[in-house]
Ligand binder design. Structure first.
Ligand code: PMP
Length: 368
């Protein structure tokens, strides 16, 4: 028995494991879906000045409502999301994980249920447990797509207080069409969270659920600067929703949760949006190069709208994971039998990954 089990732990946390993407020092770290491209020099120069200016006021608490930052985020979404958004419809926090936690604190909690379509982002059930929300696994088809009728029926039957849809989905890369989002919204009485952490990597023609916000006060779309913006270290996530949702979140958010340094850095990064997002097309090209190379090794992948690829199938995915790590390539074993996930990044990373995979594929792929 571990020492933790001897503590008076909340029963729903007993026997659980923390989120644990291994931070192993491999040469090619392709396991946490970051954008590996170096940040633009002009941004780094501006950040130094912005942080120095913000530091002058560090004796004071930050703007609790982060209004200037939310104005900039609303402008970014308006420019790229196909819909006009006001700052009152946007809320920001330390990563979209904190956004999701605040949503569950507000709309989930003790005696309430959250439903998500697994396999999906592993933090959704972990944050549910942390907020005392009961988690229920939803169904996906064998090809990892969501069957809209079956999913809506499950939502009607269970009447969860919070429904999660991740689009593009992590770890499969699968985008969810808007008709499915609409069907789930109609079927639900609770809030519907569309986790769009990877939205910027979607293939052309994949619309965002932002376009569904008007007239749907229970719909929440969450985003992050950790992926396409290449700012995972900044910890800045945000959501767009009806202003009433943003008002409701104020009931649970900690006062001054977003430091003035974070707010200043995020605003500076947003001022360099075009330069930051200039790498997105290059990352998508690497993703598509990985997908195209797999059949030649007797492997396959799930169609991806994200900056990663779920690839397989392997007789023993953990063994294939180790074989790649021995070649200095760290990918992610997401616990799906037969599959591994690799982050698409620079051409050099793709080269290293494909070379290593070429060496191990024949020994590890699932036999016919
Ligand atoms: N949602 C999804 C689907 C993710 O994959 C991630 C990060 N892996 C997050 C949210 C959280 O990202 P962050 O807290 O860095 O914004």
């Amino acid at each position: 028995m571990s020492r933790m089990d001897e503590l008076p732990l909340r029963p729903e946390l007993r026997g659980r494991s923390p989120y644990g993407a291994p931070q192993i020092p491999a040469k090619y770290r392709l396991n946490t879906n970051e954008n590996p491209h170096p940040l633009p020099q002009a941004l780094l120069a501006d950040l130094a000045g912005a942080l120095r200016d913000a530091a002058v006021d560090l004796n004071r608490y930050p703007d609790r409502d982060a209004l200037a930052l939310r104005t900039d985020l609303a402008a970014y979404l308006t420019r790229t999301g196909g819909v006009w958004l006001a700052p009152e419809q946007v809320w920001a926090a330390n990563g979209s994980n904190e956004i999701l936690q605040q949503v569950l604190q507000t709309f989930g909690g003790g005696g309430r249920r959250a439903l998500g379509f697994t396999p999906s982002y592993s933090m959704h059930p972990i944050i549910a447990a942390g907020t005392g929300t009961t988690w229920v696994d939803g169904h996906r088809r064998a090809d990892f797509t969501i069957d809209p009728e079956a999913a809506a029926a499950q939502v009607r039957e269970l009447a969860p207080d919070v429904v999660f849809v991740t689009s593009p989905n992590n770890p499969t890369g699968t985008a969810v069409d808007l008709a499915t989002v609409e069907a789930l919204y109609e079927a639900s009485t609770g809030v519907l969270v569309v986790d769009e952490a990877y939205a910027e990597f979607a293939r052309t023609g994949t619309p965002s659920a932002l376009t569904l916000l008007t007239g749907r006060p229970r719909l929440i779309v969450s985003r992050t600067m950790s992926k396409a913006f290449g700012m995972a270290g900044l910890r800045l996530g945000y959501l767009a929703a009806d202003p009433a949702v943003v008002d409701a979140l104020q009931l649970v958010r900690l006062p001054y949760h977003l430091s003035s340094l974070t707010q200043a850095a995020a605003r500076t990064a947003l001022a360099h949006t075009d330069a930051l997002l200039a790498t997105v097309d290059a990352v998508k090209a690497e993703r598509d190069r990985i997908v195209a190379a797999l059949p030649g090794m007797g492997l396959t992948s799930v169609p991806s709208d994200a900056n990663f690829v779920l690839f397989g199938r392997f007789a023993d995915a953990p063994a294939a994971w180790r074989a790649l790590l021995e070649r200095d390539v760290l990918v992610r074993d997401v616990g799906l039998p037969g599959w591994l996930r690799v982050t698409a990044g620079t051409p050099q990373e793709t080269d290293a990954f494909l070379t290593a995979l070429g060496e191990v594929a024949a020994d590890h792929r699932l036999g016919d």
